[in-house]
Design a protein around this ligand. Structure first.
Ligand code: NAP
Length: 257
């Protein structure tokens, strides 16, 4: 890599944990961080989905390590971060990506659905930030990137728990950035637009909703997981050292419309 680009965007020798990276957006971001030089910890609940990812990465010269953990369990999140730090003795980048969605009208939204979404999308994110932040603040450097959503800004339709959780992720991002900026730790978020993954399978399969969504996207296409590669490397790298507390929409222009 050209020395300017290496200095600004290179992640050689750094360790990154990407939660929920066995597929979808997390997988694309983990691969991008690896391609920028980072050692990457991939995570999900299912170890059977993680092992092939580590092998595929190795075939492309990328160095990855799998740690299965269920992020709805606070103790498991704490362990995940501690094991990630222990792998190479430091953790430089945390991407809180794992997230779930339950699509049911508010009047039928059960406590179980609400709790399941809030546990993974908000409680797990806070515990991971707290554990990684403690380590990063003590070292005087670190990058935390939370995966928010357009529903950090908008209310959405029939996803009340998800919208509440992602709104809170935006506020948590700002709250932590205020505390940790002076310690060399930047906390930002990416708000992806409508991306083609399992998370949006129900929308993609609904011809009416799918067309409505497409017609509102200025870029005139749904996003692909690869659309987040540049954004995540930027927020993980020195190029963004004076950028913190920001929720960056990568949405084909949706928010501007
Ligand atoms: P996805 O394809 O459904 O992938 C979700 C990933 O998270 C999988 O690797 C899954 O692995 C893991 N996961 C789920 N529950 C978990 C848990 N309890 N503990 C640990 N890992 C867990 O979803 P995606 O579309 O890539 O979404 C990734 C993030 O982007 C989410 O936070 C989502 O809300 C956000 N987002 C997505 C879109 C979109 O359009 N797709 C838009 C805005 C925001 P296992 O099943 O093995 O656990």
């Amino acid at each position: 890599m050209h020395s300017f680009l290496e200095k600004q965007f290179g992640l050689r020798g750094q360790v990154a944990l990407v939660t929920g990276s066995s597929q979808g957006l997390g997988l694309a971001m983990a691969r991008a961080l690896g391609q920028a030089g980072a050692h990457v910890i991939v995570n999900g609940r299912d170890p059977g989905k993680l092992t092939p990812v580590v092998h595929r990465f190795a075939e492309h010269g990328l160095h990855a390590h799998a740690i299965a953990a269920d992020l709805s369990d606070r103790a498991a999140v704490q362990r995940l971060v501690e094991e990630s730090i222990a792998w190479k003795g430091h953790l430089d980048i945390l991407v809180n990506n794992a997230g779930i969605i339950k699509r049911t009208p508010a009047v039928d939204h059960t406590d179980a659905d609400w709790d399941a979404v809030l546990n993974v999308n908000l409680n797990g994110v806070f515990v991971a930030c707290r554990a990684a932040g403690k380590h990063m603040v003590a070292r005087g450097s670190g990058k935390i990137i939370n995966i928010a959503s357009l529903l950090t800004f908008f209310g959405g339709v029939t996803v009340p728990g998800y919208a509440a959780s992602k709104g809170a992720v935006g506020q948590l991002t700002k709250a932590l950035s205020n505390e940790w900026a002076a310690h060399g730790v930047q906390v930002n978020a990416i708000a992806p637009g409508y991306m083609r993954t399992d998370n949006t399978a129900a929308l993609q399969a609904d011809p009416k909703r799918s067309l409505e969504i497409l017609q509102r996207i200025p870029a005139n296409r749904w996003g692909d997981p690869s659309d987040l590669e540049g954004a995540v490397v930027f927020l993980a790298s020195h190029a963004s050292d004076y950028l913190t507390g920001h929720v960056m929409a990568v949405d084909g222009g949706w928010c501007g419309r």
